[in-house]
Write a protein that binds this ligand. Structure first.
Ligand code: GRG
Length: 314
């Protein structure tokens, strides 16, 4: 199977698991509008990159019986819910005020602003409900497992939960969004722009990969290597996003182009131009691969994915 076929197959599997963990309500329930808004935003498409990175980093470390599949799946679904909430809120009138996302009307345009806010809140909360489900001891009670092994897995899950909360939170993605909003119309230098990108975009990619590693049994020093590699993948991903904003079309991207200019955003492209930006995407991606090479494990698909992202079209 070539890389693109494999990518499509894996993305299809992730679609299925997102549906499996999506919240649902009874027919006629008075709260059904928010469920509809959540489903609308979660099933609108998207590359499913974060769950894919989580699963691939798990595979990088994982061996048979490393961790129950349900636990890995729950975290994969949770990270996509958090990512989707961030997009729903980022599109709101108080933030980027965008009308299209993932090729469809944004959630607040489709359901109204209040429901857009609530759907984002619901996604964030439900992400934690989903991930916390993996603390259920029954998942780990199988034949031939000792109490000690079960406890060891629960400790990994609790570490993964801490990473998820922290990287999505005030010192992670939300912090990045704060810098981004406050810097609109100003001109940031490279150190602050890198910090903004590392938090707004990188933090969730770091969470995805670190959680995959931790669930598979990686130790703290290996998780730190993964965090550093993910940081560079995140920086490259954001610069590529900035490049696409000036060089692609609304049809291909599924969201408005020239949105950064409209919102007076600080971007690598604005600071250095498109050629230098493209060079930097490749350089950060190569650096991420070099960092991963420090590990005694390898995952060919993960490496190909990192390079695929440098040339992505949406
Ligand atoms: C509102 C708390 C809060 C945070 C918002 C994620 C974010 C922070 C803003 C969205 C806008 C933006 C450019 C974010 C940078 C990260 C990024 C490039 C998101 C888009 O991710 P993709 O390309 O989207 O993976 P799909 O739709 O493919 O899932």
């Amino acid at each position: 199977m070539d890389f693109h076929q494999e990518l499509e197959k894996k993305a299809g599997q992730i679609e299925e698991l997102i549906k499996k963990y999506m919240p649902s309500c009874k027919e006629g329930d008075e709260t059904k509008t928010v469920y509809e808004a959540v489903e609308y935003s979660l099933t609108a498409g998207g590359k499913r990159l974060r769950p894919m990175l989580l699963g691939e980093t798990f595979a990088l470390f994982g061996q048979e019986r490393a961790m129950e599949a349900e636990t890995v799946e729950r975290f994969m679904a949770a990270i996509e819910m958090i990512h989707t909430y961030s997009l729903v809120h980022d599109d709101l009138p108080a933030m980027d005020n965008d009308e299209y996302r993932r090729g469809k009307k944004t959630t607040h345009i489709q359901f109204g602003e209040a429901m857009g806010i609530l759907a984002g809140d619901a996604l964030l909360n439900y992400a934690f409900e989903t991930a916390l489900g993996s603390l259920d001891i029954r998942i780990y009670r199988r034949e031939n497992t000792t109490a000690e092994e079960q406890l060891e897995k629960l400790i990994r899950v609790s570490k993964a939960l801490q990473i998820l909360a922290k990287k999505a939170g005030i010192s992670g993605m939300i912090g990045g969004q704060v810098i981004d909003i406050e810097a609109e119309g100003t001109c940031l230098g490279l150190p602050v722009l890198d910090r903004l990108n590392a938090l707004k975009t990188g933090a969730l990619l770091e969470a995805s990969m670190m959680i995959g590693a931790i669930l598979a049994g990686a130790d703290d020093s290996q998780a730190a290597v993964i965090e550093e590699a993910a940081r560079y993948i995140g920086l490259a991903f954001q610069i590529q996003d900035d490049i696409l904003d000036v060089s692609s079309t609304t049809e291909i991207l599924g969201k408005p182009v020239h949105s950064d200019e409209k919102n007076n955003k600080n971007t690598y492209v604005a600071l250095y131009g498109i050629d230098k930006a493209q060079e930097q995407v490749r350089s950060y991606s190569a650096h991420a691969c070099d960092i991963l090479d420090k590990l005694p494990h390898s995952n060919v698909f993960l490496r190909e994915l990192i390079w695929y992202l440098t040339d992505r079209k949406n």
